[in-house]
Design a protein around this ligand. Structure first.
Ligand code: NAP
Length: 235
């Protein structure tokens, strides 16, 4: 069920939290994994710790060119494009809208929503040439809204709408699109004072397991929208 031998994966936001756990889980299941984030010094030793199946790429999902370069590089390195792409990179900025810095709003939308578009836009032409998987990391905030999380909720609700549109475009063409939407996960993304207690949260490995299940399922089945919630938490 989770045999990914021969598969080639690309994960954005791979230096921490869900992206790192997903890279590890994909490699453990047999895939080769290209890991992308902005800080190469941080990412390189993490990729090395996974082993030969993994390698690090510097890139910023806010810049389309960054994703194009990554796509070209992978095709050369592997002699074939990835057949699993995980658009995971994300940031949080919180604050009441009445006083929110427009630059903070712009950063959240540019990373979480436009960054996912950039990732899909750069890799879809190649994903469409084989049986492949495109996974977007949504959130409980794709479905529910919370005070002071307006920018984040808008980015993740927008991502859900975008991912559903992509899914409808490509599902007859061999690309499975999954939206994996976790509740609270114990990672570095949480702003100070907002983080629930650890025992009320998921671990990044729980989300990684859902992603591996989705991409390794028989091609008959598509895990279109997967909500993974902490069993003991409220969100
Ligand atoms: N933690 C939760 O409770 C939770 C719940 C639901 C959904 N999510 C979603 O899960 C995803 C991963 O979050 P996480 O919790 O694992 O957070 P995290 O531990 O803070 O990891 C975020 C990752 O994204 C990278 N990143 C940020 N901006 C980037 C950019 N412009 N270009 C490339 N990489 C970028 C970071 O590395 P660099 O800074 O080095 O680039 C890091 O590797 C996000 O989309 C988040 O919204 C998280």
């Amino acid at each position: 069920m989770t045999d990914l031998a021969g598969r080639r994966a690309f994960v954005t936001g791979a230096s921490s939290g869900i992206g790192l756990a997903t890279s590890r889980a994909l490699a453990l299941a047999g895939a080769r994994v290209a890991m992308l984030s902005r800080n190469l010094d941080k990412l390189k030793p993490l990729a090395a710790s996974i082993g030969e199946a993994a390698f690090a790429l510097r890139g910023d999902v806010r810049e389309f060119r960054s994703l194009q370069i990554a796509a070209d590089h992978l095709k050369k390195k592997w002699g074939a494009p990835p057949d699993i792409v995980v658009a995971n990179a994300g940031v949080v900025q919180t604050g009441e809208i009445a006083s929110m810095d427009p630059a903070a709003w712009a950063e959240v939308i540019a990373t979480n929503l436009t960054g996912a578009f950039h990732t899909a836009r750069a890799f879809l032409p190649e994903l469409l040439t084989s049986k492949s998987d495109l996974v977007f990391i949504g959130s409980i905030a794709s479905y529910q809204s919370f005070p002071t999380w307006g920018a984040y909720c808008a980015s993740k609700a927008g991502l859900l709408a975008f991912a559903r549109s992509v899914a409808a475009e490509v599902r007859q063409k061999g690309v499975r699109v999954s939206i994996v939407a976790p509740g609270a996960v114990d990672t570095e993304i949480w702003p100070g004072g907002k983080k629930p207690p650890a025992e009320k949260m998921l671990k990044p490995e729980d989300v990684a397991a859902a992603i591996v299940t989705a991409v390794s399922a028989d091609r008959r089945a598509s895990y279109d929208e997967v909500r993974v919630m902490p069993a003991a938490g409220l969100l």
